[in-house]
Design a protein around this ligand. Structure first.
Ligand code: PMP
Length: 428
């Protein structure tokens, strides 16, 4: 599609450029300092979980179903927390482990475990030449960092409106035994906000893989993070996988980082019975037991998935006006210009924005010059390399609506100026 600037005649384009440059100079003079870089809840959002901190005191009962949470023991996590983990991940409580505060940390531990020791019965991945990993993109930069850090080659697979391009995924995994795994954020994906369709979930669980030790990191980070009118439903991948005899393929994780306190929540791991036992055998070497008092505090505050959903409804009240602001500002500023497309998520923490080809890095730099920090352009692709340089992740949760509104004006202006410059360069 052509942008409005490509459609202008030379005189119109020159005048539009001059006008946009003048607006940019004006904004620079204002000395703004706004941050839309990372998906963090706002301080007011975090505050709604403060009552949880009052639930444990020096006189509180520190046992959970007979387990003493104030001492060593119960490595897999306290019973109530494992029940909750099972509800989150769609597996029986016995197929879960509740660990520290970070799901990213669990993902790293598990991948490193297979890297060093291998999936039982198979060669450790570190002994193989050229191990590869599929990375739906745009995707989550910290995922890509986990495999990149080990020297695993990240291979991007394009995201569609129903999840990763499954024809491409199936083609790759069927023929290449060095592809050992794949990252998935199946609900309100970071950053597109896409929830994988039932068909995508089924295909992932049942596809033929050349590597018998292929693993899917099923990161359900946004399992309950709805703010749209109708919560989207994600199929249970374990149901499909079990039926196909592939339950070992699925490594599910989630955490309460964006439910209670980021960095101080509880994190869940769920997989097949044999995977859970085998992964635990290594984790146990370095951990006698996780912070069970934190687990206890969490389950007293949020004993069931229904309680979690009620709590999330309160989070949604903070997120709704912010996401509405993004939509209205982008529509108002860029709707009908042919300069951009963006997603309209019903949950999660991000809007994925695409400008003209070759624009994203320049837009990011220009926003920075105008005082607005965005997630670095390219971050949503492995190695920071967005092949078309179009994608920008918008993270609207942290700033106030007022700040967000000002930041989006800056983004819109930057996209317009870069689009006009690109149109002008094309003619030169
Ligand atoms: N997975 C995804 C998809 C995320 O977006 C985030 C946080 N931005 C995380 C994991 C990190 O979760 P945790 O705090 O549990 O490590």
């Amino acid at each position: 599609m052509q942008t409005m600037y490509q459609k202008m005649d030379d005189a119109e384009l020159a005048s539009a450029l001059a006008d946009l440059k003048a607006q940019v100079a004006e904004v620079k003079a204002r000395g703004l300092k706004l941050d839309m870089a990372r998906g963090k809840p706002s301080p007011e959002q975090v505050d709604i979980s403060r009552p949880m901190l009052d639930l444990l005191s020096s006189s509180a009962d520190l046992t959970d179903e007979g387990v003493d949470c104030s001492n060593y023991g119960c490595f897999e996590g306290i019973p109530s927390a494992r029940k909750l983990a099972g509800e989150f991940l769609g597996v029986p409580a016995e197929q879960t482990i509740v660990l520290g505060s970070s799901s990213l940390n669990i993902m790293q531990d598990v991948i490193v475990h297979y890297w060093e020791k291998g999936v039982p019965g198979h060669t450790p991945w570190h002994k193989l030449e050229g191990v590869k990993w599929l990375c739906p993109a745009p995707g989550y930069d910290r995922h890509f960092g986990l495999t990149e850090d080990l020297g695993i080659q990240n291979i991007p697979v394009r995201m569609t409106e129903t999840g990763p391009d499954m024809d491409e995924v199936e083609r790759l995994v069927a023929t290449d035994p060095s592809i050992k795994g794949m990252f998935c954020v199946p609900k309100y994906s970071n950053p597109t906000g896409v929830t994988y369709s039932d068909e995508t979930v089924r295909r992932l669980a049942t596809m033929e893989c050349a590597a018998p030790d292929f693993r899917i990191v099923w990161d359900d980070a946004y399992a309950v993070h709805d703010f749209g009118e109708k919560p989207e439903k994600l199929a249970n991948i374990f149901d499909f996988a079990r039926e196909a005899g592939n339950e070992d393929r699925i490594l599910a994780v989630a955490s309460t980082s964006k439910i209670t306190f980021p960095g101080a929540g509880i994190a869940f791991f769920g997989s097949s019975p044999s995977n859970v036992a085998e992964v635990a055998s290594t984790l146990k070497v370095g951990l006698i037991s996780a912070n069970k008092l934190n687990q206890l505090m969490h389950v007293r505050f949020l004993p069931t998935l229904d309680a979690v959903r009620e709590h999330m409804e309160r989070h949604a009240e903070f997120l709704r006006p912010r996401f509405a602001c993004v939509q209205s500002k982008l529509e108002e500023g860029l709707g009908g210009t042919g300069c951009a497309t963006w997603t309209h998520p019903n949950g999660g923490y991000f809007v994925s924005f695409d400008g003209p080809e070759g624009s994203a890095k320049r837009v990011g730099a220009l926003c920075k010059e105008m005082g607005v920090t965005m997630t670095p352009a390219g971050a949503t692709w492995p190695y920071g390399e967005d092949p078309r340089d179009t994608n920008i992740r918008i993270a609207p949760s942290y700033p106030s609506v007022e700040e967000l509104s000002a930041a989006l004006d800056v983004l819109v202006l930057a996209v317009k100026l870069v689009s006009a410059e690109l149109a002008s360069e094309e003619r030169a």
